[in-house]
Ligand binder design. Structure first.
Ligand code: ATP
Length: 940
C-alpha cells in the first residue's frame, strides 16, 4: 500500500482510493489485513499530549489558602523555637503535613484523571464497519486505514475517511472548522489540491458528527495522523473547571482562614491589653506565649484531612454508580444528582424494553395477528376475521406488499449468531425485518430485486422515512400496482407515524388494485390506529409511490405526497418490569417523572398509566399542541402535564426551560443528535449508552450503560448518599475543630500554665483521629429515609439546614466538656500530693478530645436513628476506625519513643478512665439530642 499524504485524499477518485488502500468497498478489509495494519499504524487513539506537567500539578497543590496559612504558621513556629534554642519539631511536622497533603493531592488528581479516562473508555464509541464481507460494530480504537465505515445520523466520526457512497449526507464540522452549519457531503466529487479543509466535500474528518443521511467511507488516516490529531498535538494545556463542591470547599477554607486570623489577632492584641488603675495599658512581655497559643489555634482551625476525604468520597461515589450502570462523565454530577426534582424520560428503550415484537398487521382488506416472540423469524399469521392460518401469501397480495415494504424500507440487519437471532440497528426496524422473515421475505433477497438508489432518511422531527428503489420491469407484478398508463422505473416505500403518513396518501391498495382513499376509509384506519395505540402498542403506517424518474435529493416534503396507503403494523414494546418500582420510589422521594416521547399519545398514555407515571385525569400534551403555546403558556402547563407525546427534539428544550423557570432541577434523557441542546440545557443531561448517538453522549453529564430508567433513580439515590456523607463528615470534622480552638483559647484565659495542645498534637488529631473515622463515614450506606424525603437544593450553602449551627453547638459542647475536665485535671495533677506527672493534665485534654471524637463518629452515623437502632455491620469501617484510632492514641501515651516525639505525658489508669468518662459524655449528648428531636417532632 502506498502511503499517501494525509492532506491529498480529496484529489483522489474513489476507485483509486480503494486501490491505494487495498480495500474493497463491498467486503471491507480481511481480518489478516486488519491485524497487519493494526501492527503498522497502532490503535486509533489520540495521544495525550499537552495537559499540565506533573511538576505544575504538584506546585498547584500548595496554592490552597489553608496550606498557605499552615506554612506561615510553620515559619513562625520555627523562628520561635530557634530563638529559644529548641529543636523546631512542630515546624518540621507542619511542613511534613503540608508536603504530604500536596503529594496526596497530586496522586489523587492523577488517579482521578486516570479513573476518568478509564471511565471514558468504557463509553468509547462503536463504529460500524464492513470486514470480511460482514457488518460488525467495533471499538473506534480498532479502526485502521482501509476500513470501510458505515455511517448514519448521530454518529461521531472516528477517523478521517474518503467517502465512497453518500445519501443526503450532512456533517457538522464545527469542532474542526468552527462552521456551525452542517455541510452537505458528496462522494463522487474530485477536488483540486488546494481545496481548504472546509471545502473538502468528499472527505469526512475525525471528531465531526453526522447530522443527517447515510454514507459509506473508507478510512484514510487514523490516530495522530488525522486532522484532529494534528490539532491535538498542537494543544498544550487543558483547564479543568472546579466542581461546585470544590468551590464550596474553597469558600469554606477562606471562611476558616479569615476566622482563624481574626481570632489570632484578637487573642494576641487582647491578651496584651492591661487594665490597671483605671487606665488601659499594653503589656508586650506576654507576646511570645500569646503567639504560641495563636499558632496552635490556627493549626486547630484548619481541617487538614478534609480535602483528601472529599476526593475519596467522590471517587467512591462514581465507582458505586458505575456498578449500578450509571457512568458519570462530569464529576459535579455525582453531588448534584441527589438534588434532581424532575426526571424527563424518553419512553422507548428507557421506560420500555425496546425489544419490539410485531403483534398485528392491518391492510385495506384484512387484519392479521402475528405469533412468535423474540427476533427469530418464526411464527404464524392468523386472519382475525376468519381465525384461519395464512399459508399462502398470494391470497393476500396487499399483505405481501406491506411485508416487502417492511423488509426494504429498513436500515437494520437481522442475523443469526450462534443460534441466536440478533438485530443490528433500530429495534423497531428489527421487528419489521422479523415479521417479514416470518413470511419468508428477507431484506437481502429483496434488496437485490429492488436495489435502493436513494432515500429520505428518518428523523425524529419528520417521524418517517422513505427509500427509493429501482424496479426493472417489475411494476406490473410486484404487488405495487401502478396507475393506468404509468411506466414506473422507481418505487418509493415510506414508513412512519400513521397519522402523518396517512395524511400524505390519496389512494389505498385493496387486494391487487388501487382505490381512492375515501374519508370513511381514513376514519376507519385512524380508529384502528387508536385502538392499537391505546393498548400500548407502537404503530407504524406504510405507503408507497411509483415514479418514472428518480425524485431529486432534498425534495422529501413534495415527493412524499399523493402516496398509496399499504397498511398499519403494530408492535409490542413491553415496559421494563423494574420501572414501576423505580417510579414509585421517585414519588416517595419527591421527584416527578415526566414521559417525553415521539410516539402516539394513546400509546404513551397507556404505558404511562401502566407504569404509574400518569393517573386518571392527568393531561397529555402533544407536540402539535405544544407548538401553539408561547413559552409563558407552556410554563403555566408544565406542572400538570406528565406525558408529552409526538414531540420533536426541539420541544424537549422548551420543556426543560419551562420546568427550570419554576426552579426545578431537571434530569433529561436523550439519544438523538438533536437531543443534544436539551441535554446540555438540563441540569443533568443523561444519554443512552446502548442506543444513544455519540453526539448525545458528548453533550451529557451521565451515560446510562443499560439505557434503563431505574438506573437514573439508582444514581439519584447514590447522589443523595454521597452528598449527605460529605455533609456528615464536614459536621464531624469541623465540630471538633471548633472544640479544639475554644479549649486552647480557654487555657490562658483561665490562668492555666501553658498551652494544653502543641501544634504537632493538633495535627495528629485533625489528620488521624479525625481523618480516619471521617473516611469511614464516607462509605456510610444511605439512611433508610434517603429516598423518602424531598430533594435539597443544589445551590444551598454548605452551612445550610443546620450544618452551621450543629458545628457551633457541638463545638461548644466539646469545649465545655474538655474545659470542665481540664480545670479538674489541672487542679488534680498539679497538686503537690499528686503521684505522677504534673503536666499530665495536658495529655488528659489531648486524650479527651481524641476519644470524644470517637463517640462523635459512632453517634453521627445517623441524624435520626439512635446508635442501638442501627445495624453495626452496615458500616464496620466506622467501628474499625474507632478501634484503630483509640489504640494509636494509647500508643502515643504509653510507648516511650512516641511519647517523647509527640510531647505527651504518662497517664495513670485512673487519669485515663477520667478521660474515657468525660469523652463518653459526648456520645451521650448527641444521642440525647436525637431523642429530644424525636420527642419534639412527635409533639408537633
Ligand atoms: P422516544 O422518544 O420515547 O424514544 P420514539 O422512539 O417513538 O419514542 P422517535 O424515535 O423520535 O421517538 O420516533 C418518533 C416516531 O417516528 C415514532 O413514534 C414512529 O411513529 C416513527 N418512527 C420511529 N422509528 C422509525 C423508523 N425507523 N422509521 C420510520 N418511522 C419511525
Amino acid at each position: 500500500m502506498s502511503s499517501n499524504s494525509p492532506s491529498s485524499w480529496h484529489t483522489v477518485a474513489i476507485d483509486q482510493t480503494l486501490q491505494q488502500l487495498s480495500s474493497n468497498k463491498d467486503a471491507g478489509l480481511s481480518s489478516q489485513q486488519v491485524s497487519e495494519r493494526l501492527q503498522q499504524y497502532g490503535p486509533n487513539e489520540l495521544e495525550e499530549t499537552g495537559g499540565r506537567s506533573p511538576w505544575s500539578i504538584f506546585v498547584d497543590q500548595f496554592t490552597n489558602i489553608m496550606l498557605l496559612m499552615l506554612m506561615g504558621v510553620a515559619v513562625i513556629s520555627a523562628f520561635l523555637d530557634i530563638r529559644s534554642n529548641t529543636f523546631p519539631k512542630d515546624a518540621i511536622a507542619i511542613f511534613a503535613i503540608v508536603i504530604l497533603n500536596g503529594i496526596l493531592g497530586f496522586f489523587q488528581e492523577q488517579s482521578a484523571e486516570k479513573a476518568l479516562a478509564a471511565l471514558k473508555n468504557l463509553a468509547s464509541p462503536l463504529v460500524r464497519v464492513l470486514r470480511d464481507g460482514k457488518t460488525s460494530d467495533i471499538a473506534a480504537k480498532e479502526l485502521v486505514p482501509g476500513d470501510v465505515m458505515l455511517l448514519e445520523a448521530g454518529v461521531k466520526i472516528a477517523a478521517d475517511a474518503r467517502l465512497i457512497e453518500t445519501s443526503n449526507l450532512q456533517v457538522r464540522e464545527s469542532a474542526l472548522t468552527g462552521e456551525a452549519l452542517a455541510v452537505t457531503k458528496q462522494a463522487e466529487l474530485e477536488l483540486p489540491e488546494d481545496a481548504s479543509l472546509g471545502d473538502r466535500l468528499n472527505l469526512i474528518f475525525q471528531g465531526t458528527e453526522v447530522v443527517q443521511g447515510r454514507a459509506k467511507a473508507i478510512v484514510t488516516n487514523t490516530a495522530m495522523q488525522t486532522e484532529l490529531g494534528k490539532i491535538a498535538a498542537m494543544l498544550q494545556s487543558v483547564e479543568n473547571e472546579p466542581t461546585p463542591l470544590q468551590q464550596r470547599m474553597d469558600q469554606l477554607g477562606k471562611v476558616l482562614v479569615s476566622g482563624a486570623l481574626t481570632l489570632v489577632a484578637i487573642v494576641v492584641i487582647g491578651g496584651m491589653i492591661t487594665f490597671q488603675n483605671g487606665s488601659l495599658g499594653f503589656d508586650t512581655s506576654r507576646w511570645e506565649d500569646l503567639l504560641e497559643v495563636s499558632l496552635s489555634m490556627a493549626v486547630a482551625v484548619v481541617p487538614e484531612g478534609l480535602a483528601a476525604v472529599v476526593t475519596v468520597t467522590l471517587a467512591l461515589g462514581t465507582r458505586r454508580m458505575v456498578k449500578r450502570n450509571a457512568l458519570i462523565r462530569k464529576l459535579p454530577a455525582v453531588e448534584t444528582l441527589g438534588s434532581v426534582t424532575t426526571i424527563c424520560s424518553d419512553k422507548t428503550g428507557t421506560l420500555t424494553q425496546n425489544k419490539m415484537v410485531v403483534q398485528l398487521v392491518s391492510t385495506g382488506d384484512c387484519t392479521v395477528a402475528v405469533a412468535g416472540d423474540g427476533y427469530a423469524p418464526i411464527g404464524d399469521f392468523t386472519d382475525r376475521l376468519t381465525s384461519a392460518k395464512i399459508n399462502n401469501l398470494e391470497e393476500y397480495p396487499e399483505l405481501e406488499s406491506l411485508l416487502i415494504a417492511c423488509a426494504v424500507c429498513n436500515d437494520a440487519v437481522l442475523q443469526q449468531e450462534q443460534q441466536e437471532w440478533q438485530i443490528l440497528g433500530d429495534p423497531t426496524e428489527g421487528a419489521l425485518l422479523c415479521v417479514a422473515g416470518k413470511a419468508g421475505i428477507y431484506k437481502e433477497k429483496q434488496s437485490q430485486l429492488l436495489p435502493r438508489t436513494a432515500e429520505f432518511p428518518f428523523s425524529s422531527e419528520r417521524k418517517r422515512m422513505s427509500v427509493i428503489c429501482e424496479v426493472p420491469g417489475r411494476s406490473g407484478n410486484s404487488g405495487f400496482p401502478a396507475a393506468q398508463g404509468q411506466q414506473p422505473n422507481y418505487l418509493m416505500l415510506t414508513k412512519g407515524s400513521p397519522e402523518l403518513t396517512l395524511e400524505r396518501c390519496k389512494g389505498i391498495i385493496v387486494g391487487d388494485r388501487v382505490q381512492p382513499l375515501t374519508q370513511e376509509m381514513r376514519d376507519r384506519i385512524l380508529v384502528e390506529n387508536n385502538n392499537m395505540a391505546s393498548g400500548g402498542l407502537r404503530v407504524l403506517g406504510f405507503a408507497y409511490k411509483l415514479w418514472e424518474n428518480i425524485p431529486p435529493e432534498g425534495s422529501e416534503e413534495t415527493s412524499e405526497q399523493d402516496m398509496i396507503w399499504l397498511g398499519l403494523v403494530s408492535m409490542l414494546d413491553a415496559p421494563r418490569p423494574e420501572v414501576r418500582e423505580a417510579v414509585r420510589k421517585c414519588r416517595d422521594a419527591g421527584i416527578r417523572v415526566v414521559m417525553i416521547t415521539g410516539d402516539h399519545q394513546l400509546t404513551a398514555k397507556a404505558i404511562a398509566y401502566d407504569l404509574g407515571i400518569a393517573t386518571e385525569g392527568d393531561r397529555v400534551l402533544t407536540g402539535q399542541e405544544l407548538e401553539k403555546l408561547s413559552q409563558e403558556e407552556l410554563k403555566q402547563q408544565v406542572e400538570q402535564v406528565s406525558v408529552y407525546a409526538r414531540v420533536s427534539p426541539e420541544h424537549k428544550l422548551r420543556i426543560v426551560q419551562a420546568l427550570q423557570s419554576w426552579g426545578k432541577f431537571v434530569a433529561m434523557t436523550g439519544d438523538g443528535v438533536n437531543d443534544a441542546p436539551a441535554l446540555k440545557q438540563a441540569d443533568i443531561g443523561i444519554a443512552m449508552g446502548i442506543t444513544g448517538t455519540d453526539v448525545s453522549k458528548e453533550a451529557s453529564d451521565m451515560v446510562l450503560l443499560d439505557d434503563n430508567f431505574a438506573t437514573i433513580v439508582a444514581a439519584a439515590e447514590e447522589g443523595r448518599v454521597v452528598y449527605s456523607n460529605i455533609r456528615r463528615f464536614i459536621k464531624y470534622i469541623l465540630g471538633s475543630n471548633i472544640g479544639e480552638v475554644l479549649t486552647i483559647a480557654a487555657a490562658p484565659l483561665m490562668g492555666l500554665g501553658g498551652v494544653p495542645l502543641t501544634p504537632l498534637q493538633i495535627l495528629w488529631m485533625n489528620l488521624v483521629t479525625d481523618g480516619v473515622p471521617a473516611l469511614a463515614l464516607a462509605v456510610e450506606p444511605g439512611e433508610p429515609n434517603v429516598m423518602k424525603r424531598p430533594p435539597f437544593s443544589p445551590r444551598e450553602s454548605i452551612f445550610a439546614r443546620g450544618l452551621g449551627s450543629y458545628m457551633i453547638r457541638i463545638g461548644i459542647i466539646f469545649a465545655i466538656l474538655t474545659i470542665a475536665m481540664m480545670s479538674w485535671a489541672y487542679g488534680y495533677t498539679t497538686n503537690p500530693n499528686h503521684v505522677g506527672d504534673p503536666e499530665a493534665w495536658k495529655t488528659m485534654v489531648f486524650t479527651t478530645l481524641c476519644l470524644a471524637q470517637m463517640g462523635h463518629a459512632i453517634a453521627i452515623r445517623s441524624n435520626t436513628q439512635l446508635t442501638i437502632e442501627l445495624n453495626p455491620f452496615t458500616n464496620v469501617f466506622v467501628w474499625g476506625a474507632v478501634i484503630v484510632t483509640t489504640i494509636l492514641q494509647l500508643m502515643l501515651i504509653y510507648v516511650p519513643p512516641l511519647r517523647a516525639f509527640f510531647g505527651t505525658h504518662y497517664l495513670t489508669g485512673f487519669e485515663l478512665m477520667v478521660c474515657f468518662g468525660f469523652s463518653a459524655l459526648m456520645f451521650v449528648w448527641i444521642e440525647m439530642e436525637k431523642l429530644f428531636l424525636r420527642f419534639y417532632k412527635s409533639r408537633k
